[in-house]
Design a protein around this ligand. Sequence first.
Ligand SMILES: [Zn+2]
Length: 394
Amino acid sequence: MASSVLDPWASPGGAGQLLSLLRDGVPRTRSELAVLTGMSRSTVAQRVDALLGSRLIGPAGDAVSTGGRPPTQFAFNPSSGLVLAADLGATHARLGVTDLAGQVLSELFEDIDIADGPEQVLGWVTTTGRTMLEEVATPDQRVVGVGIGLPGPVEHATGRPVRPPIMPGWDGYDVVERLQRDLGPVAVVDNDVNVMALGEHFTTWPTVDHLVFVKVSTGIGSGIISDGQLRRGAQGAAGDLGHMQVSHAEDVPCRCGNTGCLEAVAGAAALLERLRADGVDVRSGRDIAELARSGSVEVVQALREAGRRIGEVLADVVSMLNPSVIVVGGSLARSGEHLLAGVREVVYRRSLPLATQHLRIVPGSTGEHAGIVGAAVMVIEQVLSPVEVDRTVG
Ligand SMILES: [Zn+2]
């Protein structure tokens, strides 16, 4: 992430190492950079010139002089490049354009149907994305890449969806190749929950190395950040909380074919079904949120109980991963504190004190932008990685 810690993978003395230091946004002089990196002054001067040439850094005013001409300071220049980011859901899509610091410059929300298949959906992403980029870009800004989150499992190494249950026609489709063909050299794909985890981590918790992001909406899933890195597992299926088993639900069938899955008892569809059976008029997650805010006792109780069920599974996650922050996001989490209260109740009761001593369980703070920011962050971390900067800038 964009911390000031020197990246151990950067070649010592390279431009990438210098940039990774400057990405914290603090302006520094050549001498300060020499002290911080251990590079010679002449090497620093050379690397600074190369980075100035690429516009990844720019002059940032003069430092206070200790006599004589004040030395120039340099800082990261996030507006030198643009990223197109897409967060695709089953029925909605959000497109955004960000700068190289993940700042959202323009955003668009539209109804789509992911089941229309990759040609049609990615064609729309390309056409609409190009228009958005043209509207935002200044002549000296280059588009560095496109990041995209999909509502199903993705094999990250190849960027191909793997048997996604709600995405007919997408299984094995080469999303990266398609996006590269239309939008430029760098395209990065992951599932929507991992992308949201990256977005929340980058925006709100950049210094936290152990974080679990849980998305609670129609499906339930999580993105795991451990030692500062997103953990995807062997097939990109890590964090699939929705199909872990909860107690006393052996007779509840799940869409995956098993019974007793968390999603089948605590996902939005399960909640809607139960509330309707109790005579509450709800059709969507949005209805649940509205009724919770207006204090409907049935809805508040259902959310709290769903939170307890999620807490059951998260207590095991806490034992396995020992996160310091659990962020709960997704449409049901936006219904107020009730879901979160249920989660906290069970996690703090069931986990060992050592693991929960400093554990915070908090609502998502990036809201609906988390997916866009996370999709952009995947691209930014790739193009600004020290190895890549050394390769392109020298
Ligand atoms: Zn299941």
